[in-house]
Write a protein that binds this ligand. Structure first.
Ligand code: HEM
Length: 184
């Protein structure tokens, strides 16, 4: 006998019908430099086409998918305001605009002047993992990555190079950092 209205779908039925939040990789042409928001679109918590997204949709996605509370979700979402169009929406690709929120010296994305500041770069992730010397990625290893990336920006004239000049306790030697607190 057929029944209707069951709240729980059997896994095989769910698979056949498609889960709203299943992973479907979006076209990179419709994605920005933030892996977090890209993932929310790939999982259907934000419009999968990455376009015409309202700030309220972002806030709701952060709360429902990542269980953020409203003040945190709102604070993060507010940073998108400069990207919003007249129709009160934005596209993930708008986030590529340089020095609005996107910046140089990212961990896994190239700098703006290199032409593509949004595509994930596997070699850059490998370098981030290497900073952890074969161990787990920690705050300390990420600090090392941060300084390394700032130094590269400094060396090649990127926009965040000036941060290195002010970085307390670090000296630049041909792209290498020494004198900081992260050396053993
Ligand atoms: C409204 C919320 C958010 C906004 C407006 C936002 C915005 C951005 C922007 C503009 C970037 C690029 C910065 C750069 O140039 O390096 C970025 C990077 C990043 N975002 Fe988000 N983001 C949000 C939420 C999230 C969430 C929820 C996650 C994780 C679950 C996340 C993870 C990351 C990571 C790991 C990066 C660094 C990528 C890298 O350096 O290679 N973000 N985000």
């Amino acid at each position: 006998m057929l029944t209707f209205g069951s709240r729980q779908q059997k896994p095989e039925v769910k698979q056949l019908l498609g889960d709203n939040h299943s992973y479907i990789r979006g076209n990179i042409a419709t994605r920005g430099p933030c892996p977090g928001l890209n993932a929310l679109a790939n999982q259907g918590y934000l419009p999968r086409n990455g376009n015409n997204i309202t700030l309220s949709e972002v806030e709701t996605a952060l709360m429902s998918a990542l269980h953020m509370d409203k003040p945190l979700a709102s604070a993060l979402t507010n940073s998108l305001k400069p990207l919003v169009h007249k129709d009160k929406t934005f596209n993930l690709a708008d986030m590529r605009q340089h020095n609005i929120i996107e910046h140089d010296a990212s961990f896994t994305r190239l700098d703006f002047r290199q032409g593509d500041n949004y595509t994930f770069q596997p070699l850059m992730l490998q370098a981030l993992l290497a900073d952890a010397d074969g161990g787990p990625v920690t705050v300390k290893s990420l600090a090392k990555t941060y300084v390394r990336r700032l130094c590269v920006a400094f060396e090649y004239g990127g926009d965040r190079g000036e941060v290195v000049e002010g970085a307390d306790g670090y000296v630049l030697h041909g792209g290498e950092v020494s004198g900081g607190g992260f050396e053993e």
